[in-house]
Design a protein. Structure first.
Length: 313
């Protein structure tokens, strides 16, 4: 489906190829002010050189050129043996209408299918109407939605409940499998190794993360697990002014369990020196209102996950 040609007798010459380091200035030119009506800074100018340098068997960055000049970009990443991820779709305003989004997506689909992907997903901010429309038009279908919540890091955080928070990975997995959150999110949670990407959470993930980062299983006083979460990573963004602890998903049965879980997350975040947190929860009236009732700061808007079926591609 990828289009390496695109020459027209009367129109511009369009090409899709692997990104190169010397594309950076051209990419910056149309991504410095991607969303002028919102107070959101595009990360593409900062990460593009790293993307190009780190391309390899599990990652490929594509650039669309118009008459030789960069006018579009999209990266594909393999998140598991069969799950691809498409991120960073940008098209220069003066190149819209030339089919660059379709051609870039086709290149990523072709590449991901060659790597063994049977599905490719992407993420669109709920306020990005143009991005949603483009994603649907190029073959992605809606799958789930989530919201970020932000418990304050606090080494002394506690909850007035009878729950105990443990690091039992298998208990966390068993609860995740039967939780409303898993059903709502279609089993998807943050990928431990790729920022702002989701894939299917596995038991092996939680066992590994229990050793490498942190896993939380909320145990009721009389037995049974009533909540779970895990820390996907903690990191400093490009400016290095703060540290963020990112939690791949949080699930619970009721507000009491949620309070215990968020207190455990707050303590953990403080323990890694985080200045703020980001926790993924399903975008449901129950989950969002539970988090609010538990006293946790809510993100302003949800995000949408969409996917394309690549089986037989």
């Amino acid at each position: 489906m990828s289009d390496e040609g695109g020459d027209g007798a009367d129109g511009p010459t369009v090409r899709v190829r692997q990104a190169r380091a010397d594309d950076h200035d051209g990419i910056v030119a149309f991504t410095e002010d991607t969303w002028p009506d919102r107070e959101v800074t595009d990360y593409l100018p900062r990460v593009f050189p790293e993307w190009v340098e780190s391309d390899g068997p599990d990652q490929r960055t594509f650039v669309a050129t118009v008459d030789g000049d960069p006018a579009g970009v999209l990266q594909g990443v393999m998140l598991s043996e069969y799950e691809g991820w498409a991120q960073g779709m940008r098209v220069a305003p003066d190149a819209r209408g030339l089919g660059l989004a379709h051609r870039l997506t086709g290149a990523v689909f072709d590449w991901a299918a060659e790597q063994g992907a049977t599905v490719c997903r992407n993420l669109v901010f709920s306020w990005n109407a143009q991005g949603m429309g483009t994603s649907r038009g190029i073959g992605f279908e809606p799958v789930s939605e989530f919201r970020w919540v932000h418990p304050e890091p606090d080494a002394d955080a506690s909850a007035d409940t009878d729950h105990e928070v443990t690091d039992h990975a298998d208990a966390a997995w068993s609860f995740w499998r039967r939780s409303d959150a898993s059903r709502t999110l279609r089993g998807l949670a943050l990928a431990p190794d790729e920022s702002w990407a989701v894939r299917e959470l596995t038991r092996e993930d939680l066992r590994r993360l229990a050793d490498e980062t942190a896993v939380f299983a909320v145990q009721a006083e009389g037995g049974g697990t009533q909540g779970m979460a895990y820390r996907a990573r903690d990191y400093e963004p490009g400016d290095g002014d703060e540290r963020i602890a990112e939690y791949g998903v949080a699930a619970w049965v009721d507000v009491s369990a949620a309070r215990a879980l968020f207190a455990g997350i707050a303590r953990d975040a403080a323990g890694v020196g985080a200045d703020r947190t980001r926790v993924l929860i399903p975008e449901t009236a129950r989950a969002v209102s539970d988090a609010a009732y538990a006293g946790v700061e809510l993100g302003e808007e949800p995000d949408f996950v969409l996917e394309a079926d690549l089986s037989g591609w």
